[in-house]
Design a protein around this ligand. Structure first.
Ligand SMILES: [Zn+2]
Length: 307
């Protein structure tokens, strides 16, 4: 498919009505839409000064939730928005690097939970960017919540919807600004979960970067990874996703939850002046292997309880 980045003006009247309603309901909605466990994680809203990862790739997220900016002279790509209340902090991070939020032409999402998609509606409004995810991911973005096949559905997570969200196919490469960024479906954590890969260069040297979605088997109280009518293919999907991430060309890995790819120890190495602080060609394989192990533990636990 081709992603239409021109015709994405939201209807102004509707927007105003929603803005008005949100102003009235926001205090109530903010309590209802963020599950307590999420709201209690202070790192998810802890501001982090933005920094370069490599070449034209920058970290603009919070201390606990990733958001990544890939720049070019013809417009930028932003991956993930983090929580709704972080939108202005992310926009400020983009600006403090010397870039304009209005130059973000494309916003990509890993998966449609509030901790990764929550700020996308506002960042889309600020930038006018096109918003893209997998087919299932784009549907969830448009709805402002995942469907019943989301293993965490019963938590009731929701976020400001993104009516203009568009779908990209698995393996499709987008060329938003002369760059090339490839979509990889990595379902399991949600049915629409996505990872992204691209190349960043410094002078003649180009490295392969991966933004990997969460591969964690997390669920609400009733969901069973060992067999659940809500999402019967979840184990098969996870295994396919582990293989996808393991096989990606991968010099630098950034995970949707930064600590799962040791971002902060790499960052400290960079601060200490160590060259290539973020480069680890084994990181994608390690990331998938650790997630596979956690899923196996979860499956064993479910089967033990069932016995
Ligand atoms: Zn999630």
């Amino acid at each position: 498919m081709s992603v239409d980045m021109s015709n994405i003006e939201p209807s102004k009247g509707g927007e105003r009505w929603i803005a008005c309603l949100c102003a009235l309901l926001f205090p109530v909605l903010s309590m209802l839409t963020i599950e307590p466990a999420r709201a209690e994680n202070p790192l998810w809203v802890k501001q982090q000064a933005p920094f370069k990862i490599f070449g034209n790739t920058y970290y603009v997220g919070t201390r606990g939730l990733s958001s990544v900016l890939v720049t070019s002279n013809d417009g930028h790509v932003l991956i993930d928005g983090t929580l709704p209340q972080n939108a202005s902090a992310i926009a400020a991070n983009v600006r403090s690097l010397g870039f304009k939020i209005e130059d973000v032409k494309l916003i990509l999402n890993s998966h449609a939970h509030s901790d990764h998609a929550g700020a996308i509606a506002e960042l889309q409004r600020l930038s006018g960017a096109a918003v893209v995810s997998s087919a299932a991911g784009a549907a969830a973005l448009r709805a402002g919540r995942g469907g019943k096949d989301d293993p965490q559905f019963e938590y009731g997570d929701s976020f400001p919807p993104v009516p203009a969200a568009q779908a990209v196919s698995d393996g499709e490469t987008l060329h938003p600004n002369g760059a090339a960024i490839t979509a990889h479906y990595t379902p399991g954590h949600t049915p629409g979960a996505m990872s992204w890969s691209w190349k960043s260069c410094e002078k003649e040297r180009c490295l392969k970067l991966v933004y990997a979605d969460s591969l964690n088997a997390v669920s609400d109280g009733s969901f069973k990874f060992t067999g659940d009518a809500r999402y019967p293919s979840v184990l098969k999907d996870f295994e396919q996703s582990f293989r996808t991430v393991e096989a990606l060309p991968c010099d630098i890995l950034i995970a949707a939850h930064p600590e799962f790819a040791d971002l902060w120890s790499h960052f400290e190495r960079q601060q200490a002046g160590i060259a290539d602080a973020f480069v680890d060609t084994s990181s994608c394989r390690g990331y998938a292997a650790a997630a596979r192990k956690r899923l196996e533990q979860r499956v064993t636990q479910e089967r033990t309880v069932a016995e």
